[in-house]
Design a binder for this molecule. Structure first.
Ligand code: ZN
Length: 190
């Protein structure tokens, strides 16, 4: 990969031997490998001893979890936050960012990422419902626009009772707008 990145620098009219660029191919290769390493993990690892049933009918929101991924059209980041609601299951809060990274650390499209997280949770947790809402700024859009306005996109996926039960879905959107648990950031320290 490093050889190809060095060739890319030449195609960009650069001299890869100048001091500022000497370590660049290695750095870019390492970063790209890290940012596409999601599939190295597995659902078995992600859920190990971290899952509990919840009898509660109340909606438990995991709000404003930060995430980043790579747009597969331009290999540039999109960065934002998401809300994840696995209704009927309680999952350790440190697990959710790792589950997001499992799908986000690949070349992605935001809509597909949102659906994959929701479907992955639905299949592997078997909850009564799953809602995933993601909002992100796409650097490819922001950089290409002459006015440099921040382009933000929102995507959502609703499965199970959030798909079938209009009342439950309305309750969810009401909570997202008014919940006192605002801006709860979850840091994955591990
Ligand atoms: Zn893009």
């Amino acid at each position: 990969m490093e050889k190809h990145i060095e060739a890319l620098l030449v195609l960009l009219g650069e001299n890869p031997q100048r001091p500022g660029l000497q370590a660049t191919p290695k750095r870019v290769a390492q970063l790209l490998r890290y940012l596409t390493s999601g599939a190295d993990n597995s659902w078995d690892q992600l859920l190990k001893n971290g899952l509990f049933d919840s009898m509660s009918q109340e909606i438990i929101l995991l709000k404003n979890i930060e995430f980043s991924s790579l747009c597969e059209h331009h290999i540039l980041p999109f960065i934002g936050h998401c809300h994840v609601i696995p209704q009927g299951k309680i999952i350790g809060v440190s697990r959710i960012p790792r589950i997001i990274d499992f799908y986000a650390r690949r070349l992605q499209i935001q809509e597909q990422l949102t659906t994959q997280i929701a479907e992955g949770l639905m299949i592997n947790l078997n909850p009564r419902g799953v809602a995933v809402i993601m909002e992100a700024e796409h650097l490819c859009m922001t950089l290409l626009r002459s006015e440099k306005q921040h382009a933000r996109f929102q995507t959502s996926a609703m499965l199970g009772l959030f798909q079938d039960d209009t009342e439950k879905r309305n309750e969810l959107f009401h909570l997202l707008n008014t919940s006192p648990i605002t801006d709860k950031r979850i840091n994955d320290k591990n």
